[in-house]
Design a protein around this ligand. Structure first.
Ligand SMILES: Nc1nc2c([nH]c(=O)n2[C@H]2C[C@H](O)[C@@H](COP(=O)(O)OP(=O)(O)OP(=O)(O)O)O2)c(=O)[nH]1
Length: 124
């Protein structure tokens, strides 16, 4: 999976996150993800299935929740823009190698599971 290291705001700078951002009015979460990843990392993605734990999103705060989708890069090479200073591809055994945003830690088990499942499927 692709992780990105934030540069803002100061209290989140240096922490790693799932590429994305907030959904704007009138957008679907999938539209928002395509827009944010293009704006922030300069790549075009195709969005597939949503990931969840027992069908639930993960809480970030009283007003935000974390929703994750499987995606494929269809054009471009991810590069940090204004909001990040590094990007890194992580395998299922490397997810603990970076310092994630606090809210993201709760989703790592589900991410690891899907990475292992995808790798096993691709090897067949
Ligand atoms: N993008 C992203 N944000 C996350 C993650 N985990 C997490 O707690 N957050 C928090 C950090 C921010 O408070 C909020 C998302 O804000 P953002 O700054 O990425 O979104 P945005 O690009 O739409 O920002 P803005 O237009 O409001 O400045 O959610 C994550 O994995 N990815």
């Amino acid at each position: 999976m692709l992780a990105a290291r934030r540069t803002t705001p100061p209290e989140l700078a240096g922490r790693w996150e799932f590429p994305g951002g907030k959904v704007e009015l009138g957008e679907t979460p999938r539209d928002a993800l395509v827009r944010e990843v293009h704006e922030e990392l300069g790549v075009t993605i195709a969005v597939g299935d949503e990931l969840s734990d027992l069908g639930r999103a993960w809480p970030i705060s009283d007003v935000h929740e974390l929703r994750l989708f499987l995606t494929t890069v269809v054009a471009g090479e991810p590069r940090p823009g204004d909001d990040h200073d590094a990007v890194r591809w992580l395998g299922s055994d490397e997810l603990d190698d970076v310092e994630w945003l606090d809210s993201d830690v709760q989703a790592l088990g589900a991410v690891r599971e899907v990475l292992v499942r995808t790798a096993t499927r691709d090897a067949q």
